[in-house]
Design a protein around this ligand. Structure first.
Ligand SMILES: [Mg+2]
Length: 237
C-alpha cells in the first residue's frame, strides 16, 4: 500500500527557470575559486567532475579535500531565495489534495529546504525533511541514501513514490521498488544540473521519458494525476 510520497526539492517544487540553482551554482564556483585559488574555468571543471563522479560537488570535496561540509553548505546556500521564488498557491492546493504523507528528500541541507518551502508557502504540506546531513552526505543517487530514508520511515520501497527532476537519481530508487515520477522541466533532465549553466545556448531540451521513470510529467502541477496513474485502484476521484 502506498504510504509516502518522497519529493525532491530544488527544481522539482519550483521551475528550473527560476534561476535559483544557477545562483547557488555560482556560489559553488566562488567557493572553489576562493578556497583553492582557481580561476573560474578550473572551478567550473572541478564542480562538474565532482558532480558526475560523486553525486554532488560537496561529496567530491569531502572525499578529496576533507572540507568542513557545514561551512560549504552555509556558503553555497547564502542566496536570497525570495529574489527567485514566489508563493505558489496553486501548488499548495494540489499538494493539499494528495491523500498521502509527503516528505522532502534533498541533496541540499534542511535550512535551505526550509527557506524554499516557506517562500513557496508549502512548508506545512511536508511532514519531514531528509537532507544531505541526514543522509550523512551519501547523497542521491547513492542507493544508501534511499535505504536510509526508507528505514527512517519504516516502510518498503514499494510503499513510496519518488518525484524527481534529475533522471540519474531514479535507477537506485527503482532497484529498491520505489515508483518514480520524473519532472521533465527542461535543460538538464538527464545529466546536467542547471547549476553548471552559464550559457543558456548549451541547454539541450530533453523531453523524452527514460525507462527508469514510471511516469514523466512536464509540470509539477501534474503530480497528483501522475500519482493517480501509478495507483489507479487506490484513489477514486
Ligand atoms: Mg532537483
Amino acid at each position: 500500500m502506498l504510504k509516502y510520497i518522497l519529493f525532491d526539492l530544488d527544481e522539482t517544487l519550483y521551475p528550473a527557470s527560476s534561476g535559483l540553482m544557477p545562483a547557488i551554482g555560482e556560489r559553488m564556483r566562488l567557493y572553489l575559486e576562493q578556497r583553492y585559488h582557481l580561476d573560474s574555468e578550473r572551478a567550473h571543471e572541478l564542480q562538474k567532475r565532482y558532480w558526475l563522479q560523486y553525486g554532488t560537488t560537496l561529496r567530491g570535496l569531502m572525499l578529496e579535500h576533507e572540507i568542513d561540509p557545514q561551512d560549504y553548505l552555509d556558503y553555497v546556500h547564502d542566496v536570497e531565495v525570495s529574489q527567485f521564488l514566489q508563493p505558489d498557491e496553486r501548488l499548495r492546493e494540489i499538494l493539499a489534495n494528495i491523500p498521502f504523507e509527503k516528505v522532502i528528500m534533498t541533496n541540499a541541507d534542511a535550512p535551505h529546504a526550509n527557506r524554499v518551502l516557506a517562500r513557496l508557502g508549502i512548508a506545512d504540506q511536508f511532514t519531514r525533511i531528509f537532507d544531505i546531513v541526514f543522509m550523512e552526505f551519501e547523497c542521491k543517487p547513492a542507493r544508501g541514501a534511499y535505504e536510509r530514508v526508507l528505514r527512517a520511515l519504516n516502510v518498503r520501497g514499494d510503499e513510496c513514490i519518488l518525484i524527481e527532476d534529475t533522471a540519474r537519481n531514479l535507477a537506485s530508487a527503482r532497484e529498491l521498488g520505489i515508483q518514480t515520477i520524473l519532472l521533465l522541466n527542461g535543460h538538464h533532465a538527464f545529466n546536467q544540473p542547471s547549476t553548471w549553466l552559464p550559457d543558456p545556448a548549451s541547454h539541450s531540451h530533453n523531453t523524452e521519458c527514460p525507462p527508469d521513470a514510471n511516469v514523466c510529467i512536464e509540470k509539477i502541477y501534474k503530480v497528483a494525476d501522475a500519482i493517480q496513474q501509478l495507483i489507479p485502484s487506490k484513489i477514486s476521484p
